[in-house]
Design a protein around this ligand. Structure first.
Ligand SMILES: *Cc1c(COP(=O)(O)O)cnc(C)c1O
Length: 453
């Protein structure tokens, strides 16, 4: 094969990818031990000489494909992991063929404009203020980082402290208030920003994991209050309207981590969960979870565009002035793949109605599974308001055994968690591909595992 000819390789990879996707429904959701052991064939010392590209691809498929997790199928319910819409996959292929760098408009007008359009559409879909600036990053961790960097800049600017130039040593202290159920990655970003994982003040959460607004301590103009749209265990939403009212009265900044839950705002039947969301100052979400745009894609929005560009823009002599939006003026990264392309494609394909329907289908599937578990006498621990289901099978040991059985059975994949003193199986319905049949097959497998235990 001519290594410089794209055509045979790309035809070959299309066939291999189709065979992979066609086989998803029949394979165990988590790869068997033998397949994982087979990855060793890809290792060994760095080869002295190269290989034929077709052989590279064949080996990758032979050893790699069987050791993948069937995230692209309809019965992966682990963590909160989305699948990939076919149109997003196809757009990702085209974007890969384009080989664009999405850092600057002049590097890729296509990437920059598609990203800008997708961000405008998303702000509209979420009902966020029209003036807000968006950033397309790798995931909600970096989206939280971006929103909180804008917050840090703004609160210190009020004290005539330029944090980007002067750093945090000697700066007036910033106080960070979080709900007791804040996601671990949010705390990680606070550490990266010099605000400290353990300096936070925690507000108690209720039985569903919602921050209790009346327990918010006294806030001030140097406080960042972090709220959450979608608790990773229960799917619960913080009371945005009330909490934003309290925070803004005190001049505090409100940041919302809505990695998967922000998408509730896209659905008329779920948007009551996000009432008051638009009152916040910055927001973080993922497209690779609920939107199923494929990995990796996260989005930050900041109400005041200058707050995020002040935190992220760094002048350099070769960066000439331009009337265009420069993606890297809003992101921690400079060079980036053009992930706005599949974001645009997913939104264009779904439209407002399609996005709402997809979100609602995930919620309906979660309710269907929870109802089936309850009918069979199992103990569902949470109010299933969105896409998350928590089920306990009695004591910790029995629950652990059932989770292990399910993971080995291969019909579906669910993880474990701890919820308010209970060990629980955690089920997240986050894929466009999940059908009623997938739910019923998975329910059957879970109940069989429970009966055996
Ligand atoms: C998944 C998740 C994150 C982290 O998102 P990544 O895309 O993995 O960086 C943050 N917060 C919440 C609530 C999440 O569910």
């Amino acid at each position: 094969m001519d290594p410089h000819d794209h055509r045979p390789l790309l035809s070959e990879v299309t066939e291999r990818a189709l065979a992979y996707l066609d086989g998803l429904d029949r394979r165990p959701v988590f790869p068997p031990a033998g397949a994982i052991a087979g990855l060793a064939a890809l290792g060994g010392p760095l080869p002295e000489h190269g290989s034929d590209p077709a052989d590279v691809l064949a080996q990758l498929d032979r050893a790699g494909s069987p050791a993948t997790v069937a995230l692209a199928g309809g019965r992966y319910f682990g963590f909160v992991n989305g699948g990939v819409l076919p149109v997003a996959l196809a757009a990702n292929w085209l974007a890969s063929a384009w080989g664009q760098n999405a850092a600057l408009w002049v590097m890729s007008p296509a990437a920059a404009e598609l990203e800008r359009i997708a961000l405008d559409w998303l702000a509209e879909l979420f009902g966020l203020p029209r003036e807000c600036a968006g950033a397309v990053v790798t995931g909600a961790t970096m989206a939280n980082f971006t929103g909180l960097a804008a917050a840090r800049h703004t609160l210190l600017e009020r004290e005539s402290w330029d944090v980007e130039r002067q750093g945090l040593f000697g700066a007036p202290p910033i106080e960070v208030v979080v709900g007791d159920e804040a996601h671990a990655s949010l705390l990680k970003t606070l550490g990266m920003l010099g605000l400290g994982r353990d300096r936070v003040v925690r507000v108690p959460a209720d039985g569903q994991g919602r921050l209790v607004a009346k327990d918010i301590p006294r806030l001030g103009p140097r406080t960042i209050l972090c709220l959450q749209a979608g608790n990773v265990n229960t799917g619960a939403f913080d009371p945005f309207e009330e909490a934003c009212g309290i925070a803004h009265e005190a001049g505090a900044w409100v940041h919302v981590d809505g990695a998967f839950g922000l998408w509730a705002a896209a659905s008329a039947t779920r948007s009551s969960l996000t009432a008051g969301l638009a009152l916040a100052d910055s927001w973080a979400t993922d497209a690779h979870k609920t939107l199923n745009s494929g990995y990796d894609c996260g989005i930050a929005f900041v109400r005041q565009p200058s707050a995020v560009s002040a935190a992220m823009n760094v002048p350099a002599p070769y960066l000439l002035g331009s009337e265009h939006r420069q993606p890297m003026h809003f992101t921690p990264e400079s060079s980036r793949r053009a992930r706005g392309v599949e974001l645009w494609a997913a939104l264009k394909y779904l439209g407002r109605a399609g996005a709402a329907k997809m979100v609602e289908r995930m919620c309906v599937n979660a309710t269907r599974l929870a109802d089936g578990l309850r009918r069979a006498g199992q103990n569902v621990l949470n109010e299933v308001v969105f896409n998350q289901v928590l089920v306990s099978f009695g004591d910790a040991e029995r629950t652990r055994r059932i989770i292990e059985t399910i993971q080995q059975d291969g019909t579906c994949w669910c993880g474990g968690t701890e919820w308010h003193g209970h060990s629980a199986m955690r089920i997240s319905i986050s894929s466009w591909a999940t059908t009623h049949d997938d739910i019923d097959r998975s329910l059957g497998a879970i109940l069989r595992a429970a009966a055996e235990a």
